[in-house]
Design a binder for this molecule. Structure first.
Ligand SMILES: *Cc1c(COP(=O)(O)O)cnc(C)c1O
Length: 362
């Protein structure tokens, strides 16, 4: 590539830190060794610590994108006796619905409008006959909407449901405490706030989730969670791991210990609030009723195409914001706050937007 890398405001992969890039450039060690096992076991403990997971929780690392983790959640944890309530407020909620359909898991869907927050009372309107689990994307990334974890947690405790959280874009950004919320499953992926290369899904599992996995016939050969848990006891994956990504993830999880996560969250908060204050002085509106920290979804003014805006910023300014698809393609785009971004990055984006206004493209 002759061109300088674009300034990246996507919501995954995100701008990586120099130390992560350095690890990605190193030769790979053989991984069926005691040393590699120690690295994996250390990463497992570090991930669980960042989530404040209760004693007895476990985590597994799957070589897949985040969707592989969602796939394993549905196919390996839920079985013929289960019935799931799925919160569907956008593209990622809809993916859980499709997975339930695909694997024949009984389910009902609570559908929200794109960008709509979860309101008190919405959950209580569902007739709760026979439900065993709740599937939710804590941050519905397609619209930048955060759901109320306290509400979800109280609801699952009241009805004895497994609380299964896709936190792919919430982890490190939005508050998420496994012990306090009673979450049973927490999924993230390497390319979001962990700011590593894509290729790894991380699943934290409460004791209750592990028992459920062992009691459920496994329907997924490659992402078999019984096998992942058993092999993981000795710090080994069943198959060749996305090793380079694992090394990056392990380093990041370690560097986020002892206040590192709080510092990173604070930096993201400052960036997001600076950007939101500034962008709202321009002709854009927040699309979400309850914006998550990881990205800001913006509605564009009448007569402007959000997708065109994405193309112009990419092709003429070397800035990559995150386009939307489907019905929101021309109405909404997103600006990420995860990864290696600072005040300068946002000033640069705002300058470009002001230039578009000067050129009457806005
Ligand atoms: C990014 C993301 C995923 C995973 O998508 P992949 O492309 O499979 O990595 C899943 N859920 C949410 C909420 C996400 O933001």
């Amino acid at each position: 590539m002759t061109q300088q890398n674009p300034l990246l405001f996507a919501v995954g992969p995100v701008a990586m830190f120099p130390e992560t890039l350095r690890i990605g450039s190193q030769p790979l060690p053989y991984f069926r060794t005691g040393e590699f096992s120690q690295l994996v076991l250390g990463a497992e403990a570090d991930y669980l610590r960042l989530l404040n997971a209760p004693d007895g929780s476990r985590a597994v690392f799957l070589s897949s994108s985040g969707t592989g983790g969602m796939d394993a959640m549905v196919s390996c944890i839920l079985g013929p006796e289960d019935k799931a309530l799925v919160i569907d407020g956008g593209g990622f909620g809809h993916r859980f619905v499709e997975l339930c359909r695909f694997y024949g898991v009984a389910h009902e869907v609570l559908t929200l409008e794109p960008g709509q927050a979860l309101q008190p009372g919405m959950l209580d309107e569902v007739c709760m006959d026979g439900f065993t689990a709740l599937l939710v994307n804590l941050h519905e990334t397609s619209t930048g909407t955060l759901y109320d974890l306290n509400m979800l947690s109280a609801f699952c405790k009241k009805h004895g449901l497994l609380l299964m959280i896709d936190a792919v874009s919430a982890f490190l950004c939005d508050e998420l405490d496994m012990a306090a919320s009673g979450a049973d499953v927490v999924l993230t992926a390497s390319q979001k706030a962990l700011a590593c290369a894509p290729g790894m899904a991380l699943l934290a599992l409460s004791q209750r989730a592990q028992a459920k996995i062992h009691a459920t016939p496994q329907r997924n050969y490659y992402l078999n969670l019984v096998s992942a848990l058993d092999n993981g006891l000795r710090g080994q994956p069943p198959f060749t791991l996305a090793e380079s990504v694992m090394l990056q993830v392990a380093q990041r999880l370690r560097s986020l210990q002892n206040g590192g996560m709080e510092a990173e969250r604070q930096r993201m908060r400052e960036n997001a609030s600076f950007f939101r204050d500034e962008i709202l002085k321009r002709p854009f509106a927040l699309f979400s009723q309850n914006p998550a920290l990881g990205c800001t979804a913006l509605a564009v003014p009448e007569g402007v195409s959000a997708h065109e805006l994405f193309l112009v910023l990419k092709d003429e300014y070397n800035i990559c914001v995150c386009p939307n698809g489907g019905a929101l393609r021309d109405k909404v785009f997103r600006v990420g706050h995860m990864g290696n971004l600072d005040r300068e990055s946002y000033l640069h984006l705002l300058d470009a937007i002001d230039d578009l206004k000067r050129r009457n493209l806005l």
